[in-house]
Each structure stands twice: as C-alpha cells, then as structure tokens.
Design a protein around this ligand. Structure first.
Ligand SMILES: *[C@@H]1O[C@H](CO)[C@@H](O)[C@H](O)[C@H]1NC(C)=O
Ligand SMILES: *[C@@H]1O[C@H](CO)[C@@H](O)[C@H](O)[C@H]1NC(C)=O
Ligand SMILES: *[C@@H]1O[C@H](CO)[C@@H](O)[C@H](O)[C@H]1NC(C)=O
Ligand SMILES: *[C@@H]1O[C@H](CO)[C@@H](O)[C@H](O)[C@H]1NC(C)=O
Ligand SMILES: *[C@@H]1O[C@H](CO)[C@@H](O)[C@H](O)[C@H]1NC(C)=O
Ligand SMILES: *[C@@H]1O[C@H](CO)[C@@H](O)[C@H](O)[C@H]1NC(C)=O
Ligand SMILES: *[C@@H]1O[C@H](CO)[C@@H](O)[C@H](O)[C@H]1NC(C)=O
Length: 597
C-alpha cells in the first residue's frame, strides 16, 4: 500500500470546521469520521489508534463516541482522558484484545460502555478510579474465559451486564457482590455447567437472569434465594434434569420462565405455587412424561403455556384448573391419545390451541363449549375421525386437521371458519366430490399442483380418496386454466401463487386409476374449456364418451363405474398431449355448463 492518500470523509453539519493535522493524517489509512450537528456524537469507522488521538486533539467533550470496524487491538492508557462528559463509548468489531490498565481513566461520566464483538479475554477496571456513572456494560461476543471479584470492582453502579457469547466456565463466589444494583445479567451462550448458591448472591435488585445455551446440569436449590425481584429467567438450551420444587418459591414477581431444550422429566406438584405473576412458561423440548395434578397449581396469571415436544401421554383433567388467563396453549409433539371434556373448561380466554403431532383419536364433543375466544386450532397429525367437537365452536380463523383419519365430516360447520386445512385424510370419494363441487374457497383438501403441458398451464388439486368398494382413487380438480397469450390473468396468477405451487408433470402424481373431476369456474370457463380439451380429451367421439362417463360418475358418486374402464381408456388415448378440435371444444363448454347447474 504505497502512497496512502488522505481520504477523510467529513460529514460536518452546522458550522464546525475540523482542522486536521495533515502530517498525521497522511500516515493514516482511510478513516471515516462523522460528526453530528452539535459535535456531541462522533462516529468512526476504519480507523486506527492514531485517529483516536487526533480526535482527542480536535474535538472537545463529545457525549458519544461510536467506533466500529476499526483496527484497535490495543487501547493505550488515558486515551479518552479529555472526554470528561462522554456518556457513551462504543467500540465494536474492532479486534480489541488489550486495554492498558488505565485506558478508561477520566471517563467519570460514562454511562454506557460497549465493547461487544471484540477479542477481549479478560474484564478489568481499566481505570484507577471508579467509573461511578457506568450503568451498562456490553461485552457480548468476546473471548472472555473467566470473571472474578476484580472484574467489576470499579463499576459500582452497574445495572446491566451483557456477557453473552463468551467462554466463561465458572463464576467465583463474590463476583457480583461489588455490583449490588445489577438488574440485568446476561450470561447466555457461555460454558457454565452450574448455577451455584453463590452465583447470584447479593443481587437483590436483579430482574433479568439469562443463562440460556450453556451446559448447565445443576441448579442449586438456593440459587435464587436472594433474588426476589427476578422477573425473567432464561434457562433454555441447557442440560437440566431436575427442577427443585422450591427453586422458584422465592420469586413472587417472576413473569417469564423459559426452560425449553433441557432434559426435565418431571414437574413436581406445587412447583409454581408462589409464582402467581408468571405470564409465560416454556417447558417445550424436554423429556417430560407426565404432569401431576398439581404441577401448575397457582399459575393464575399465566398467558402462554408451551409444553410441546415432550413425551406426555395423558393429562389429568384438572391440571389446567388455574389457567384462567391462558391464551396460548401448545401441547404439540407429545403422545396424547385422548382429550378429556373438562380440560379447557377453566381457560375461557384460550385463543390458540396446538395439539398437532400427537396420537389423539378422540376428543370429547363438548370440550370447546366454553372456548368462546378460540381463534386457532391445530389438530394436524393425529388420528381423529370424528368431528363432533367442532360443532360448538362459533368461529375460528385457522383450523388445521390435516393428516388425520377423517373419511367425511360435517362441512357445514367449516363454512363459518377462516382458513381450514384438511390435507391428507382418507376421504370417502362420495363425500369429497360433493364437497369439491361446492368449492368452498376457505377449505383446503389437497395440495395444489401446477401442471404444465407443452403449451398450457393448469392449476389443479390432486386428492386421494377411497370409493365405496374400498379402492383408492385420485381426484384431480381442474379449476382454471389460461394460456399466457390468452390472458393477463395468467401472469397475475403465476406471481401470486408461485411459491406454494408444485410444478411437475401430471403423470408423475396421478396413476392410471385417476378420476378426473372438472370444476370450471367463473371467468375461466371460456378459456378453460378450450384448453381443457387440449389437455385431457383428445378428440373424437371416444373422448366425448369419456367425458360423459366422468359426468355420470360425478352424479352417481362412482356407484356404477368401474375404474378399470377409465384406466383402460386413458392408457389408450393418453392424457397428454392433445390437440383441440371443434367437436371436443363444444363438449367441454357443455360440460362447463353442466357443472354449473
Ligand atoms: C453495542 O453495540 C452493538 C453493535 O453496534 C449493538 O448491537 C448493541 O445494541 C450495543 N449495546 C448497547 C447496550 O447499546
Ligand atoms: C479475534 O477473534 C477472531 C475470532 O473470534 C479471530 O478470527 C481473530 O483472528 C482474532 N483477532 C485477533 C487480533 O486476535
Ligand atoms: C424459549 O427459548 C427457545 C430457544 O431459544 C425459543 O425458541 C423460544 O421462543 C423461547 N420461548 C419463548 C416463549 O420465548
Ligand atoms: C412455545 O410457544 C410460545 C407461544 O406460542 C412461543 O412463543 C415459543 O417460541 C414456543 N417455544 C418454542 C421452543 O418454540
Ligand atoms: C403447532 O405446533 C407445530 C409443531 O409441533 C408447528 O409446526 C405448528 O406450526 C403449530 N401450529 C400453529 C398454528 O402454531
Ligand atoms: C396448520 O395450519 C396452520 C395454518 O392454518 C399453520 O399455521 C400450522 O403451521 C399448520 N400446522 C402444521 C403442523 O403444519
Ligand atoms: C352439522 O353441524 C351442525 C351444527 O353446526 C348440526 O346442526 C348438524 O346436525 C350437523 N349435521 C350432521 C349431518 O351431523
């Protein structure tokens, strides 16, 4: 890099003029300096220690210095000595790994010190006097291996420490004793293996304790005994197996507890008896097999309960008796087989219930009688065949009953709902055909396909069903079809639906036993009719014969038709490709009319 050029971006607003020392500037690489209106805030990018010195010479008493993406491995002593009013110092992404012992001298009014995303390995005072105003210390994502009683000694008024993403394994006794005003402590993503009785000792004002994603296997019975102001406790992503009954009993203000992704197997009776303020409880992704009748006794303020992805096989019907405030309840990914009538009786505010991915074959019919607020119900991936439990529900925005055992259901109930998903159920063909002809836009029975032939694009739904003789059939719904040059509708359609559609040749998905059901709707009838012929009917009497057959089939619900007949016919003539004839054109136009009767 010969001939480094002075390149200084100065965004000086107002009437401040910066007189740079040209000689010094010449030695520099490209530094970006930004000042705000009043010179209260300086932002530096791509800078060296040299630039810091320079700033010190020229700018009096800024309030904020923000330095990022610089090359500042080392900070010399007293580098900020004249910045006695500075309240925010942020040096991030600057490879900082060595601060001389008194680097922060003089920052008596500093409130926020942010050294996140550097290479610091230790935390010290870096000053020979207390930084009495310092409230926030952000050391996220450094390489700090250990902290000790000296680490925070000069920061007596700290109330927020963020040490997430470091390499801390142990917290020696007394480490936080010197910062009695601490409210927020984030030790997430470190290498801690336990929370000892002494870890949080003396932090009587602590409101947030974050220990997520460590390797914690042990939490001392008295770990939180002195932290009665604690509101948020994050323990997710550890290896905790046992949750002592009285662990939380000194935390009357606790509102948020996340202990998902651990190895809990049991929640003892009365574990939360003193946590009447708890709003969010996340127990998901553990190994819990059973709750006890009084596991959740006392959780009268709870709004979010997540026990998904455990091994729960049954629920006592009084288990949620205190859940009068619960709005979100997630029990998905368990092994429940039966849902008792009374289970949600005590949760009139329930808005979302997720029972997906269980083995539920029976839900008592009156279970949702009191669930007036229910908006989302996910029952997908279960063994349900009866829908009577839906009848009392007045309205739902989302109902998901995909992957169950429904052969038919009371579709009139679904009309008042928002989006309904019913994919992959073993439908009876008779039921399905009638439903598909009704063509309720909010109900989804099958997957959408885009079928492309040489010159047409077809939006179809392919749905499997079982006819009265127990034979599997595919029903292909041909909804609409427009060729690009025929209509701009095609483009619109394509853009809107592209992601959720599958594009593949129809032959791959529908076997020869397929039955074709045409539903030509609205504006597409005319275009569709023409194109449909190209695709499905070849020409000639043969094909009108086939169409007649299909119509017959529709009306009779397969009663009279042998699928072999159709299969043969298809093999003979092939579904693709085909060319239109005036004759077949008429046929389908007529068919379209037929449909609308
Ligand atoms: C520290 O700086 C990083 C990066 O600019 C920022 O994301 C973070 O919010 C800052 N921390 C505080 C406490 O302001
Ligand atoms: C700082 O740490 C990063 C990894 O966190 C490493 O790639 C880089 O080499 C380190 N830089 C110095 C100067 O130590
Ligand atoms: C609990 O932690 C997990 C893992 O980090 C996270 O996915 C989940 O959203 C958290 N739960 C709540 C209620 O925030
Ligand atoms: C548990 O459910 C809550 C509420 O729906 C959600 O916020 C949280 O992210 C879920 N937890 C996990 C681990 O997904
Ligand atoms: C229900 O939980 C499953 C995971 O078990 C998740 O995939 C699905 O999105 C959830 N449903 C709703 C409506 O949140
Ligand atoms: C069920 O459908 C809803 C939307 O209706 C969706 O949010 C949810 O993720 C689906 N459940 C599963 C398990 O995919
Ligand atoms: C369908 O559900 C309604 C209530 O929404 C009920 O009145 C009707 O009897 C049910 N029909 C059948 C066939 O069960």
């Amino acid at each position: 890099m010969s001939g480094r050029v002075l390149f200084l971006t100065l965004l000086v607003v107002g009437n401040f003029v910066l007189h740079w020392d040209t000689a010094a500037a010449q030695r520099r690489n490209m530094a970006d300096v930004e000042l705000d209106d009043e010179n209260y805030a300086i932002t530096l990018k791509a800078c060296y220690v040299e630039d810091l010195r320079n700033i010190r010479e020229h700018i009096q008493n800024p309030l904020t210095v923000i330095i990022n993406h610089c090359y500042l491995q080392e900070l010399p002593n007293a580098i900020f000595i004249r910045f006695s009013d500075l309240h925010t110092l942020e040096i991030t992404d600057s490879r900082l790994n060595n601060l001389q012992d008194f680097a922060l001298n003089g920052l008596r009014n500093l409130e926020v010190l942010n050294f996140s995303r550097n290479n610091l390995t230790t935390i010290k005072s870096w000053s020979d006097h207390d930084l009495e105003s310092l409230q926030t210390l952000d050391l996220r994502r450094n390489l700090v291996k250990g902290i000790n009683t000296q680490s925070f000694k000069r920061y007596p008024n700290l109330n927020k420490i963020n040490l997430a993403g470091n390499l801390i394994e142990i917290i020696p006794e007394g480490t936080f004793k010197v910062v009695p005003n601490l409210k927020y402590l984030n030790l997430g993503r470190n290498l801690l293996t336990s929370i000892e009785e002494t870890t949080l000792k003396g932090l009587s004002k602590l409101t947030h304790a974050l220990f997520h994603h460590n390797q914690i296997t042990f939490v001392d019975f008295f770990a939180f005994i002195g932290n009665s102001h604690l509101k948020t406790l994050q323990l997710q992503g550890n290896q905790i197996t046992i949750f002592e009954t009285d662990l939380l009993s000194n935390l009357p203000r606790l509102t948020f507890l996340n202990i998902s992704y651990n190895q809990l197997e049991d929640i003892a009776d009365y574990t939360f008896k003193k946590n009447a303020d708890l709003r969010v409880l996340d127990l998901s992704y553990n190994g819990i097999e059973n709750f006890r009748e009084d596991s959740f006794k006392g959780l009268v303020s709870l709004e979010v309960f997540n026990a998904s992805h455990n091994h729960i096989t049954q629920l006592n019907k009084y288990i949620f008796k205190d859940f009068s405030s619960v709005r979100f309840l997630d029990l998905s990914g368990n092994r429940l087989a039966y849902i008792d009538n009374k289970l949600f009786e005590y949760s009139p505010r329930l808005e979302l219930l997720n029972l997906s991915r269980n083995a539920i074959s029976e839900i008592e019919p009156n279970i949702f009688e009191d669930s007036r607020k229910l908006l989302t119900l996910d029952l997908s991936h279960n063994q349900l065949a009866e829908d009577a439990f839906l009848w009392p529900i007045v309205s739902l925005n989302h109902l998901n009953m995909s992957d169950n055992q429904f052969q038919r259901l009371n579709a009139s109930v679904l009309e008042s709902f928002g989006q309904v998903r019913l994919n992959r159920n073993p439908w009876s063909c008779q039921f399905l055909i009638l439903e598909l002809m009704k063509h309720s836009k909010n109900v989804e029975y099958g997957k959408n396909y885009v079928v492309e032939s040489t010159d047409s694009i077809l939006n179809t739904q392919g749905i499997e069903c079982t006819d009265e003789r127990g034979k599997l059939r595919d029903i292909v719904v041909v909804e609409s079809m427009v060729k690009p040059e025929y209509s701009s509708e095609y483009h619109r359609f394509h853009l809107l639906h592209q992601e959720q559609l599958d594009t593949r040749p129809i032959q791959d998905n529908f076997d020869t036993k397929s039955t074709i059901l045409w539903l030509l709707s609205g504006a597409f009838v005319v275009f569709g009719a023409f194109k449909l012929i190209q695709l499905i009917l070849r020409h000639s009497e043969h094909q009108s014969e086939k169409w007649r057959l299909a119509q017959h089939l529709l009306q009779l619900g397969f009663n009279e038709v042998d699928d072999v007949e159709i299969a043969e016919e298809k093999q003979q003539h092939g579904v693709f490709p085909a060319s239109p004839t005036s004759k077949s054109n008429n046929t389908v136009a007529a068919a379209g009319n037929n449909q609308q009767q």
